[in-house]
Design a protein around this ligand. Sequence first.
Ligand code: UT7
Length: 339
Amino acid sequence: MSLYARITGTGSALPPKRLTNEDMVSLLAARGLQTSDDWIVERTGIRARHFVEGDTQASDLALTASLRALQAAGRQPHEVDLIVVATSTPDMVFPSTATIVQRKLHEAAQAHGGQGPIGAPAFDLQAVCTGFIYALTVADALIRTGSARCALVVGAEVFSRILDFDDRTTCVLFGDGAGAVVLEATEHDGRGAGVLATDVHADGRHTGILCVPGTVAGGHVLGEPLLRMDGQAVFKLAVGVLEETARTTLAKAGLSEADIDWLIPHQANIRIMQSTARKLKLPMERVVVTVDQHGNTSAASIPLALDHAVRAGMVRPGQLLLLEGVGGGFTWGSALVRY
Ligand code: UT7
């Protein structure tokens, strides 16, 4: 018998403030820039996105998503023995957002007379929009080697903080949110539920095509602390690597594209999702799409889409899910999961 990691609960969180494309048209018009609902829908499939307000941080969204995932899994915060948070918009330079989530989980549990996962290792993982796939891969490996039994794997972002609202080519694309899964050790012969295979990659030659080039030094921000993207370059790379990683993961698990029940891709652009689906010969009815309502929430987008599909009754026990992501770095990867 081998150890496998199984998703036993999912959860997500979106900040209440929702902006439609028409809201973005007004927001940009006030800055002397033009955009339109037609352009955004046609080029990306996005119709709305959520933005945080006030001092809401990535850890706040992560906490809500985590509590919902724990409730779905029937687990208490003190049972968690690993916390991995994928984010490119951490609360602060350090400590990690994961340790802040750990403290907030502890405080939430204490309010009900319980305890949080104090003592469990907690760390952030930075792979931009591929962050959740990387985090799932790491947590899966730690569970398979017996180092953890009940992991919280979270993607949480407040990209509205790093958007340049004077750049219409990027600011209409992104949104804020968080998604989480509880990943638990299970023993089975490989045919049951669990993470069946993962595949992650990076090509650091392309760091410049999607980045926030600023940094902090001597009490000042050096460089630009705002998102910059060469959309066409990212698009071209994305469509190639997403097909490749999907095929690699399927081959590792000894399965084929015909076995996939649901493709749950990173939600950046409907055209990229359609292209991947076409290459894998999957009808769009088998692709989970939330980009229309969430925009691109970077590391949060895949677990947000997964939770949406689970709670909508689309994803059912025993089904085969192909999760895949691509993003800054340049990074990409996929995970094949029997739910
Ligand atoms: O999460 C990480 C992964 N990220 C991605 O996957 C993003 C990948 N890239 C994309 O999704 C697309 O490249 C974009 C949606 C970013 C852009 O779509 P595109 O079809 O590549 O458009 P484009 O950059 O070629 O721009 C076409 C035109 C340009 O005008 P001209 O030069 O043809 O006159 C832009 O200036 O659209 C113009 N444009 C806009 N017009 C209205 C750019 N942004 C806007 C806008 N509203 N917001």
